[in-house]
Design a protein around this ligand. Structure first.
Ligand SMILES: [Zn+2]
Length: 144
C-alpha cells in the first residue's frame, strides 16, 4: 500500500481512499496544501529537524520543505532549479546516482553540506527514488 509523505509538514499518509493516486494532477498535502506529496514504498519516520528537498530526474530542486531553511540557510528561491548536489555542496553526491540508476533507497549517509553562509554542516542524508513516471528523488537531511 503506497505511503505518501509531505516534504513540507512531514505528514505521512496512507493512500486508503485512492485520493493521492486518483488524478494525474499534482497532488497536494491535505494538511498544509504543499504542492508535492512523495510516494514511499516503505514507511519512514523523519526526525523533528529533518528537512526534505524534492528533486526532478536530473536532481534539480523542485521544492524544499519546512526545515530546509533552518538547516541550510537557503530559501526556496535560492534552491529551485539548481542541481541539489551543487547547491548544497554535498560532500558525497554518489547516492544520487545510485538512487536514480537502481531505484533503491540510500539511507543514513553521513555527509557534509555547505550552508548559505558557507559553513560546513554534518548531516545524515536519506535518499529516496521517486516511483512515478517522472523519476526524481527525495533528499531528507537531518542534522547530526
Ligand atoms: Zn503538508
Amino acid at each position: 500500500m503506497p505511503i505518501y509523505i509531505c516534504p513540507n509538514c512531514k505528514r505521512r499518509s496512507v493512500d486508503l481512499d485512492g485520493y493521492e493516486g486518483f488524478s494525474t494532477q499534482a497532488v497536494q498535502c491535505r494538511d498544509c496544501g504543499f504542492g508535492f506529496l512523495f510516494e514511499l514504498l516503505e514507511d519512514y519516520y523523519p526526525a523533528p529537524g529533518t528537512g526534505f528537498v524534492v528533486c526532478d530526474a536530473d536532481a534539480r530542486v523542485l521544492a524544499a520543505g519546512r526545515g530546509v531553511f533552518e538547516l541550510t540557510g537557503f530559501a526556496d528561491a535560492d534552491l529551485l532549479g539548481r542541481d541539489v548536489a551543487d547547491a548544497l555542496a554535498l560532500s558525497d553526491a554518489s547516492p544520487i546516482a545510485v538512487v536514480r540508476e537502481w531505484g533503491v533507497r540510500k539511507l543514513g549517509q553521513k555527509i557534509e553540506i555547505r550552508t548559505k553562509a558557507g559553513l560546513e554542516k554534518s548531516v545524515t542524508a536519506d535518499f529516496f527514488p521517486a516511483y512515478d513516471e517522472d523519476g526524481g528523488l527525495l533528499l531528507a537531511l537531518t542534522p547530526r
